[in-house]
Design a protein around this ligand. Structure first.
Ligand SMILES: O=C(O)C(=O)C[C@]1(C(=O)O)C=C[C@@H](O)C=C1
Length: 362
């Protein structure tokens, strides 16, 4: 058989499979419509977006995958299928820390897929407000970076908000130096979010020791601004900002830490059920006396619950009063966790479950 003929045969097989896949995707969408009808009839008008169900589906896809497509690639395809099915049930609007081209946009896309409507807003506080006022169904905000630590604006906003954490997204962050010219040596000023400047501090010191470093509200805003300037200006931003703002890549992967990763939170108004691999986030405060924090955390150790993070922030209620943001493994409805939380609550002067949500799958 000629090579041409062999290729034609394989392509015919691909066409036949594509037809089957398309039929199956439409059958799945029809089932999602049925789910939507059932949800609409329910008295509590159950939430259309079900993070725990999505996480379970994606984990199962990865567990049963035998290749040759890698697990993550297969899960990403199913992520998109579910995104389209959900949009057919009910279109979702997601507010994110913009502008367009921000890492938070990439995180929102990674978590909700391409069928959600993404709404850029200018500050973290405005993402919270958009969800609180129901202008958006959910929001996505950065919460911590592996190099630079927590994003305090996000934690602080939880103190005054009744929103819940409905999910998390983990994103590898690669920084690009974007400009109008061709040569790195022309760059005299670098614009970026302070976190990005900090994450590239060593590279900037080595490659552009004379450049002025100007902090702005976001990297995407830096890219937008540089697009209106000459070749002496450059921005640190994500690669997609180069396309959006018509800039050239002067240098890539300029972050100092090879594993630079940012964690984002999905915020919403609903409570999320257990998915089998979850985290619970708490906001607590304790009386300011010796040993109080240790006593507060004792029930976690007694119930063998691991704490993955604890951050303290000023409570903003009195001087030298602090609140603690605590992340633990497990769901607040798991019996060991529920037991520990009841004891922890009785020891604290303020106690709130900020959310129990599935661990990031992708
Ligand atoms: O199972 C549901 O509740 C659905 O709405 C279906 C479905 C899906 O496509 O599998 C869609 C959206 C939800 O976020 C979870 C799952």
């Amino acid at each position: 058989m000629s090579e041409q003929k062999a290729l034609q045969n394989v392509r015919q097989e691909i066409d036949a499979l594509d037809e089957k896949i398309q039929t199956l995707i439409n059958a799945r969408t029809a089932l999602a419509h049925q789910v939507a009808e059932i949800k609409q009839q329910q008295a509590d008008q159950s939430d259309f977006y079900r993070p725990e169900r999505e996480a379970m589906i994606l984990r199962r896809v990865m567990e049963r995958n035998t290749g040759p497509l890698p697990d993550k690639e297969m899960a990403r395809l199913f992520r998109e299928i579910m995104s389209a099915c959900l949009a057919a049930e009910k279109p979702l609007s997601i507010a994110y820390l913009g502008p367009e081209g921000s890492f938070t946009q990439s995180a929102a896309l990674k978590h909700f897929g391409g069928s959600a409507e993404l709404l850029p807003v200018s500050t973290i506080a405005n993402v919270f407000s958009a969800v609180e006022t129901e202008h958006a169904c959910y929001g996505v905000v950065p919460v911590e970076n592996s190099t630079e630590g927590m994003v305090s604006h996000t934690l602080d906003r939880f103190i005054s908000s009744s929103l819940k954490i409905n999910g998390e997204v983990s994103l590898r962050i690669h920084h690009y130096l974007l400009g109008k010219g061709e040569n790195l040596s022309d760059v005299k000023t670098v614009y970026a979010h302070p976190q990005a400047l900090a994450q590239c501090r060593q590279w900037l010191g080595d490659q552009l020791p004379q450049a002025a470093l100007i902090p702005l509200d976001s990297n995407a805003e830096a890219a937008r601004r540089v697009s209106t300037m000459d070749e002496t200006a450059a921005a640190i931003a994500a690669s997609n900002a180069a396309e959006i703002y018509n800039l050239t890549v002067l240098a890539n992967n300029i972050e100092d830490e090879a594993g630079n990763t940012t964690r984002f939170l999905v915020i919403g108004r609903q409570d999320v059920g257990p998915s089998g691999a979850d985290k619970t986030a708490l906001l607590v405060s304790t009386k300011n006396k010796p040993g109080a924090l240790q006593k507060l955390l004792q029930p976690l150790a007694e119930n063998q619950i691991s704490m993955s993070r604890i951050e303290s922030r000023p409570s903003r209620k009195g001087i030298w009063e602090y609140v603690f943001f605590i992340d633990i493994e497990g769901h607040s409805q798991d019996s060991a966790v529920a037991d520990a939380l009841a004891k922890l609550e009785s020891e604290s002067s303020m106690f709130r479950v900020l959310g129990a949500y599935p661990k990031a799958v992708l």
